[in-house]
Each structure stands twice: as C-alpha cells, then as structure tokens.
Design a protein around this ligand. Sequence first.
Ligand code: PA5
Length: 425
Amino acid sequence: MIKVDLSGISTFLDSADPDYAAAAQAHRVLLDGSGAGGEFTGWLELPRRTIKNELKSILSAAAKIKSRSKALVVIGIGGSYLGAKAAVDMLGKTDNSEGCKIYFVGSGLSVDYLNDIITELGDDDFDVNVISKSGTTLEPALAFRIFRGLLERKYGKAAKKHIFATTDNERGVLKKMADEEGWDCFVVPDDVGGRYSVLSAVGLLPMAVSGIDISEVLGSASEYLSELASPGPSNPAWQYAAGRQKLYGLGYSTELLAYYEPSFRFMAEWWKQLFGESEGKNGIGIFPASLEYTADLHSMGQFVQDGPRFLMETVLQFEKANSEFKIPFALGDRDGLNYLAGRDLADVNRTAAAAVKSAHILGGVPNIEILVPRRDAAGFGELVVFFQFACAVSAYMSGVNPFDQPGVEAYKKSMFRMLGKPSDK
Ligand code: PA5
C-alpha cells in the first residue's frame, strides 16, 4: 500500500502541525456528499460499480479490437485522455504483452502531429475510440471527423463497426450521432467529472486494448478506496493533503511532483490536471508542476536548489524496480567507476534520490515522499484513487469546489468567437 513520509517538512513548520481537524471535516463532507459539487462524487464508488456493471463489456470490446486490428486510435482531451495515456506509458513496458498499439489524438490542434500519426498508421487495420463527456469539445470533435473519414474510406459501410464512443448516457452531439449510426457506446457516468473518470470506460477501454490487466487495476483501486475511507491522521491521503496545505499556508505556493521513472511522465501530467483544475480557482491554489529526475536536476536543479523559496517538492518513489542491472567491472577503471561495480543501477537511483532530498531540504525546499510498492497494475490503481481522494480533501480544506472548472470555458468562448462558430451550433 502507498505510504506518505512527511519527515522532510518538519523543519519548515511553525509551531502548529498539519491541520488534521480540517482534513477530518473535509473527509466528512466528501463522504456524505454535502460539500460543493457533492453530486460529482460518484468516483468514490467507481471501481466497484465498473467491476459490477461494465468490466465484462469493456473486456469483450477490447478482445474484439485486439483480434482484428493492429492499432486503436484514442480520441480525447483533458480528463478524457490523460488517465489512459498515463496508464499506457506507466505500465506499457511491463504489462503490455499482447496488446495493440495505441495512438492518442485530439488532445491538441497540431496538423503536423495529426499527419505523423496518419502516416504511422499506414495501411494497418485500426479501430477508433472517441471519448468526450460533453461531445462538443472542439479538439477531439475535429479529430473524430478526420478519423471517421479514414475509417469510411478503408472499410466502407463496415466503418461503423470500428467505432466505439465513450460519452454521456443521454446528452450531447456524440451520443446523438452514436445512436443514429449504431456505434458501440460506453458511458461517462453523470456523477463523475472528466478528471475523476479514468477508472470508467474512459480510461479502461484503451488500457485493456494496450494489454493492461484492468481487473487488477480496479481490484486494487476498490480495495484501497475502502482503506482511504477510514478517517484519521494515519490516513495517507490526509497526510498528503494536510501536509501540502500546511506548506501552502506558510507561503510555499508551487508543488513540484518529482519522479525517477521516465515512464511516470504522463502520470505527472494527469496529476497536474487533477490538482490544477480542482484547486486553482477563486484566486487561490497550489500551482502543480512536475520534474523528471535525475534528468531535470541538470536543467531545473539549479533553480530548485537556489532560486526563490516558494517551492515544495513531492517525490514519487517506487519501492522496488521491475528489473535489475548490475554495474559491470571494467579492467583498468579508466572511467573511475569501479567503486560502483557490482551495485544494481536501481540502488544507485535510490541513493541519488536520498541525496537530492537532503540537498533540497538544506536548500529550503520542504519534501513530501510518496512511496508506492511497485510500478504495476495494482500500483496504478492505488495511485489513481490515492491522488483523487487526497485532491478532494485538500480542495475542501482550502474552501473550493474540487469538481468544477469554470475557468476552462474562457478560452473556448474566445476561440469559438474568433473561429466564427455560429451561435446555434
Ligand atoms: O476534467 C474535465 O472535466 C476536463 O478536463 C474534460 O475532461 C475535458 O475538457 C474534455 O471534455 P469532454 O470529455 O467533454 O470532451
């Protein structure tokens, strides 16, 4: 199970400890649904509900896609994209034994990116999973129009059999089109917002097609959610939420999520969306940023160690690597590295992390550590619900609604005006 280590913040605290009374209140409000946005807390039940209601049909759609196609084109943006991308990248090398190649499109408007994917796809057989809760988001809607055209050119009337739409159960253009065309449909539940939806078909269908064991993801998430529901200062989600809110109150306004596994990069992107959209509103919020160590120590390390002191650092560590590599002995020791010969590279990585932690603390950067047992399907499931739970508790502690994102509309309004969108569309 995930553990949180707050020993690296103690020297930065004033006389008061993290505010567990406020965490307790936030926890209560979250679980009884009485807080702002309480109608969007269906994610607390999501793993259990998905196992009961949708797991079978997701697995059967995934099996169909894998049996006939070399690739799945996943179309979505924000919460309709980042969770699946995070999982496929984080677990790809370890769990992906017999899956299809997954392409992600519709998370931007770059023509070059789009053309590169179409070229890479070539003549391969493929399916499309279009994911949009509203069904109206411009980026995925445009990409879907393009890939629908490609499917129609390739498969003619049978194109409709290669489309899987994940959208609202009743509303929206995508749902209407799916009903008219007879595409297979999966539901984004009404009571679950985009960034909390990865453990529904939104994330699970692409994950299953890539070869990830989604039953394992859901099982571990469901089990861990029951643990997180127990109130108390030993609850890791409380520790993380209360620790970072305490630091925010002391002026540490930016949180760096640092990780030592490159495959974690998109999990950090998912985390940024989760915390950024949930907490950054009403003029307050911790700015979420991420760094990949040790690589970024050679670019941003100077700033972290020595720049203005508004940074807190949350370090994500897997307790065990998935493989090992013993550093070889070299005759003559011309590169001077024989003092490391025989040691596992993972051990050197861990030692580097311990050294970075102590240097950054000395440099004035408080450190929170999150320890995850393994980089595997169970670890992914736990991480998702851990961060979602901690995020909701943290947002309620700071007095904001964790489940809305009113600020996202501003750019859309201005973009649609400039693009000349008719008012009735
Ligand atoms: O978390 C959210 O709600 C957003 O990031 C949405 O997921 C994102 O804007 C995409 O929206 P939709 O799924 O409606 O296309």
